[in-house]
Design a protein around this ligand. Sequence first.
Ligand code: PMP
Length: 417
Amino acid sequence: MTTVPSAFNQVEQAPPVAVFKLKDDYTADSAEEKINLGVGAYRDANGQPWVLPVVRSIEAQMINDPALNHEYLPISGLPAFCQAATKLCLGSDSKAITENRAGGVQALSGTGALRLAAEFLKRFYNTHVESTVVSYPDPTWANHDAIFRYAGFTDRRKYRYWDAKNRCLDLAGLKEDLLQLPEVSIVILHACAHNPTGVDPTQEQWKEIADVCKQKNHFPVFDSAYQGFATGDPDVDAWSIRHFEKCGFEFFVCQSFSKNFGLYNERVGNLAMVMKDPDSLTRSRSQLELIIRGMYSNPPNHGARVVATALCNPSSLGEWHDNIRTMSARIKQMRKSLHEKLKILGTPGNWDHIVNQIGMFSYTGLNQAQCEFMVKQKHIYLMKSGRISMCGLTEGNIDYFAQSLHEAVTKINENKL
Ligand code: PMP
């Protein structure tokens, strides 16, 4: 019998996805003192995953609700969820909502919302140009490039964002790069809690960014993965988005409810769209439905129903606000505590960015060799960019972390390697 080789025997082994690989390495490490600072998920004061109490109580009601069943949702998802999510980002006084030119379609979390946006824009935005440019910050969430690449965007460019020397926003570089893009480029903006740097523009800086986008007629796509999680107040965290609405832009918001509801594996997201007129929105929605139908037919119900119930019911809404305040307060406390400990240790350099940065992540400024030292010698797992998830720190491990960081900074510098 002749053996026919597999039709896939030429398939190359793909490299592992860094953040998942880091988690596997952490799990395989038997050291007692190990810490995982790679994971982009909230951990409570004991380092454990946290199911938000508001989610627990809504789920308990759902289990006993005879009116619920497992019928398919509409292609564009649970209407109550899409409406509530869209209102959450645009605000209850949004003109675009009142004028029926804003609406949403449910998506498979933030990633899915970005992917839907990319698929739709590839087919229907600026189609007379051979290759529309999509631009995202340098650095950005690693998946932005992959999402737009797989949707067929070949011209993907970075705009300057991070001033490594001063550990802050490079506003001048950002504006210059956005001005240099061709007119009507697609520009990805992090609505708040920029991942990975933890550095957001101020309101005044957002105004300048909006002015440049207006001048060049760019199409903004907001990635909103941390609304409420950053400051503890969902309205404050949506300021940038709402400013762009007031400026009269057409734009998209790719919303994730992974972090702010702790619903990571339920894949709850919304693609909110603001357009100039209701007809454009209706027609665009009809095309998005065809795209969804061809990809996964319709989205899952559970998480979307939890979020819709929480956002539409005043007492649950209050409880959700309490829960997000709990999460953001714990993160802020860890920032403060780490900053104080580094001061006491006398760690060389300025560590103010630890307290000035916002949201889940901190860009520590550690170089690659120092990060390697942390992983290999100290069993502290962090991205090689020096990004740490503040959620991985607790009262129980922060002393060890601060001491290890101090050693990394004082013992390791790249020249020695
Ligand atoms: N955007 C950013 C900036 C993120 O950090 C994340 C999660 N790490 C996402 C989008 C998407 O996450 P999810 O698909 O879980 O909603």
